[in-house]
Design a protein around this ligand. Structure first.
Ligand code: GDP
Ligand code: IMO
Ligand code: MG
Length: 426
């Protein structure tokens, strides 16, 4: 079976940590969408490492890591990621396979991202500027480059044809650029990536399934950034939800097993866009500091706020979540009161627990339920029977209203900082 682990909020829920924790139970870990806009942090044995395009099973020697066809890959960033992994002595050329159908991000994609954002002014998306939107746009417009193309003798020509299209747009936007250095880096990174195993990974994935191996699909971003169901247009350009796994890896829906939905005990968002429960006050700042809420890819401060049930229920529904994982409970240790938004009040006074069509233009007022804070450290706790009564109340309320069990509570960045509900642990 293929299990899925994905974020239920606006990204940065802690996916990297949990994939790394679960990976020893899987033979394959595969990324199915997104690209270098992702920043997945892993902490173990005193190391802290951020992965962008490489799956988070890479530190587990018995795990094959696949970058699937649904991903958009930047060869320059890929090379940097491989270099940064050198000190760990991993068998990267054996344990990492990349789909030939993966879309390639070229330097002009990044320039286009910047040009579009600049032109939007105050309405900018707050993109990570990694070229994600332009690269996916070219894929859908049927004019993009795929990784397998780099093995073709006319790759350079294909590349130049695409660049010519891009420079026309850049000129239209009066966007100044100098491609010389970036192109040098790009072509050298292309030669570098040829040393890796480039394959039709849909065969590897399906053969693994046939032989009874377990695969974990690792989501990037979060469900509320999904191109179809997120807070459009403040979203990313891929299907971040479970549906993306089938198209992003080439597997059939009936091969999907567990869907692990991961969420923070509160909420964060980085970049622009609606965030109904945002705390714009000192408390929001305190949570940002306690949670070290600064982007793993861009370093930008993350916006913070209370847990949002209408949004969480929506994500659970879209993904068919079978187990929940609650992250960063420790960040709320300092609070004597913790709130959860249970409903939205719409401008016409209606109370709802559904997501409105357009969260951007609808001013929703969150309705909160208050909980007593646990006000103690969670350090060293390993099982649910050790948690303070107030946290147990918070958890059982969520399980009741979400109708999905919470299998793990994470209490710190390290691999070991995890509270397990024994019965459900994989
Ligand atoms: P991802 O993109 O979903 O993999 O998440 P990020 O790596 O972008 O952001 C999660 C951040 O929270 C990282 O800095 C992690 O090291 C950290 N983190 C993960 N789990 C916990 C936790 O339970 N408690 C605390 N305090 N930090 C955590
Ligand atoms: P991980 O996998 C949080 C946000 C950006 C921006 C919007 C569009 O680490 O959870 P893009 O670069 O895709 O054009 O940006 O999406 N965004 C993320 N926010 N975590 C991420 O990834 C994100 N990837 C993109 O901030 O608002
Ligand atoms: Mg992240």
């Amino acid at each position: 079976m293929i299990d899925i682990l994905l974020g239920l909020q606006w990204g940065d829920e802690g996916k990297g940590k949990i994939v790394d924790v679960l990976a020893p139970d899987y033979q394959v870990v595969a990324r199915f969408q997104g690209g270098p806009n992702a920043g997945h942090t892993l902490e173990f044995n005193g190391n802290k490492h951020v992965l962008h395009q490489i799956p988070s099973g890479i530190f587990r020697p018995d795990c094959l890591n696949i970058i699937g066809n649904g991903v958009v890959l930047d060869p320059i960033i890929f090379r940097k990621e491989i270099d940064a992994l050198a000190k760990y002595n991993l068998e990267l050329r054996k344990n990492l396979v990349i789909s030939k159908k993966t879309a390639v991000i070229i330097p002009t994609h990044r320039l286009l991202d910047a040009a579009y954002e600049k032109a939007k002014g105050d309405a900018k998306i707050g993109s990570t500027l990694k070229g994600i939107g332009p690269a996916y746009s070219d894929k859908v417009a049927r004019q993009g480059l795929r990784l397998g193309d780099i093995l073709s003798p006319n790759f350079k020509k294909k590349y130049q044809d695409l660049v010519a299209k891009h420079t026309q747009i850049l000129d239209f936007y009066n966007f100044e650029y100098d491609l010389t250095e970036a192109e040098k880096d790009f072509f050298s990174a292309i030669e570098f990536i040829k040393e890796f195993d480039l394959r039709d990974t849909e065969y590897i994935v399906n053969d693994s399934l046939k032989s009874g191996q377990r695969i974990l699909a690792e989501g990037a971003q979060g469900s509320l950034l999904d191109i179809d169901f997120g807070s459009y247009p403040f979203v990313t350009s891929s299907n971040t939800t479970a549906a993306g796994v089938c198209s992003g890896l080439g597997v059939a829906p009936n091969t999907i097993g567990e869907v692990f939905g991961i969420f923070k005990a509160y909420c964060t968002r980085v970049g622009s866009g609606p965030f109904p429960t945002e705390l714009k006050d000192d408390l929001g700042e305190k949570i940002r500091q306690e949670g070290r809420e600064f982007g793993a890819t861009t370093g930008r401060p993350r916006r913070t706020g209370w847990l949002d049930l209408p949004a969480l229920k929506y994500s659970i529904m879209l993904n068919g979540v079978t187990q929940l994982i609650m992250m960063k409970a420790d960040v709320l240790n300092f609070l004597d009161e913790v709130k959860i938004c249970t409903h939205y009040r719409l401008p016409d006074g209606t109370i709802t627990e559904q997501m409105p069509f357009d969260l951007t233009d609808t001013d929703v007022e969150p309705i909160y339920k208050s909980f007593k804070g646990w006000e103690c450290s969670l350090e060293g706790m390993r099982t649910f029977d050790q948690i303070p009564a107030e946290l147990a109340d918070y958890v059982s309320y969520l399980e009741d209203v979400l109708e999905v069990p919470i299998s793990f509570i994470s209490t710190g960045p390290d691999r070991e900082a995890l509270i397990l509900r024994e019965a459900l642990a994989v």
